[in-house]
Design a protein around this ligand. Structure first.
Ligand code: GTP
Ligand code: MG
Length: 370
């Protein structure tokens, strides 16, 4: 989250914009409702209203902002779309992804329930697509709450024999809130009880109107078991991605988000990260969540060692000092000392919070309250 306008900031504080403007004026700052105010000013104003604001990405991390701003349009190249598959339990998300990858992940899952967010890349017509398979929606919610926009497109899986269910609606709400386009995969079309028209009818009530009914939502009938319709589904993903003109700069230091992480007995802290911009390389110094590390090795989604991971690539990284959280941002620091210092400071801050000492409100918390 960068600077906010006076109006947005007032909303966060649950104050009238006029009150905030009055405070600003009392500080000698003439501001209008649409004017952006910086973090320091926000802190001062918030304190005036009795709220302590802590800015999550502190000045030290301006390194990261600089990188964003310096994106020369010439340096931008097309990047693969990152697609999340969402939908109600048992509607076939994992089976669909398996079919797409021509592998069989479900067989290895305890009780057939997705335990991890898998992150995979597939290639269709010489174009790559990155997929995230989600366990429920918890991690997605965390990431969104932290302001990380991870997904470019959502495939909403709805079983044609079961129709729209509570988690289907939840998924729609998540995608809408994150402003991510939805492609509907009407799954289990091989079943005799399949009723795709009912699915269309139900989704129309939630604002997803099929193109053939005059709306804008792409519906693709598929069967994750037989594979029917899957090529068309992937073509639609590429089509929607093309319209989005997704670009990134592979020639800079990488940043992205931690998808999942764990402590592996033999390998130490292992994190699956999604590179969102830049190129991640073996040997890079990286801060992920509260931890710093030098990347010792990287493993791709097929279990192969790789030396570089360009934008939109999911990759496992080894070498972090400890296990970061799912949804934590990561970024590469050229200056190792700075990276270590930032990680240490974040750690100290977290410990202080855990001790329950000084009660503070972060901008994140404020966002969550709206
Ligand atoms: P969770 O990860 O638990 O939320 O479930 P999921 O959405 O990943 O569903 P999963 O892929 O595990 O599929 C649930 C069940 O539906 C399994 O028994 C699948 O074999 C079955 N199934 C999935 N897709 C199809 C389909 O297209 N046709 C038929 N007939 N069965 C399907
Ligand atoms: Mg699953």
């Amino acid at each position: 989250s960068g600077p906010l306008t006076v109006g947005e900031f007032a909303k966060l504080l649950r104050k009238e914009a006029s009150e905030v403007i009055r405070k600003l004026i009392s500080l000698g700052i003439m501001a209008t409702i649409n004017q952006e105010i910086d973090v320091d000013t926000m802190s001062v104003i918030a304190e005036e209203f009795g709220v302590t604001v802590e800015y999550k990405e502190e000045v030290d991390e301006s390194n990261f902002e600089e990188q964003e701003e310096n994106d020369d349009p010439e340096a931008l190249v097309e990047r693969p779309p990152v697609v999340t598959i969402m939908g109600h339990v048992d509607h076939g998300k994992t089976t669909l992804l398996d079919k797409i990858r021509h592998t069989n992940v479900t067989a290895g899952e305890a009780g057939g329930i997705t335990q991890h967010i898998g992150a995979y890349q597939v290639e269709i017509n010489n174009k790559k697509i990155t997929f995230l398979d989600t366990p429920g929606h918890a991690a997605f919610t965390t990431m969104r709450a932290r302001g990380a926009k991870v997904t470019d497109i959502t495939i909403l899986v709805v079983a044609a024999d079961d129709g729209v269910k509570p988690q289907t609606v939840e998924a729609i709400n998540h995608a809408k809130a994150a402003d991510v386009p939805i492609i509907v995969a009407v799954n289990k079309m091989d079943k005799p009880e399949a009723n795709p028209d009912r699915v269309k009818q139900q989704l129309t009530e939630h604002g997803l109107v099929p193109e053939e009914w005059g709306g804008e939502t792409i519906f693709v009938p598929v069967s994750a078991i037989t594979g029917a319709g899957i090529d068309e589904l992937l073509e639609m993903v590429l089509l929607v991605a093309e319209v989005q003109e997704l670009k990134a700069n592979p020639d800079k230091r990488a940043r992205g988000v931690v998808i999942e992480a764990e402590l592996d007995k033999g390998r130490g802290a292992v994190a699956t990260v999604l590179v969102q911009n830049g190129t991640l390389k073996v040997g890079d110094g990286v801060v992920a969540g509260n931890y710093f590390g030098k990347i010792r090795a990287m493993v791709n989604d097929r279990g192969r060692r790789v030396k570089v991971a360009p934008p939109s690539t999911p990759v496992e990284i080894l070498g972090l000092s400890d296990v970061p959280g799912a949804g934590d941002p990561f970024m590469v620091f050229e200056d190792e000392k700075k990276g270590r210092a930032i990680a240490e400071r974040r750690m100290a801050k977290q410990k202080e919070e855990e001790r329950g000492g000084n009660k503070r409100v972060t901008l994140d918390d404020l966002f969550k309250q709206i």
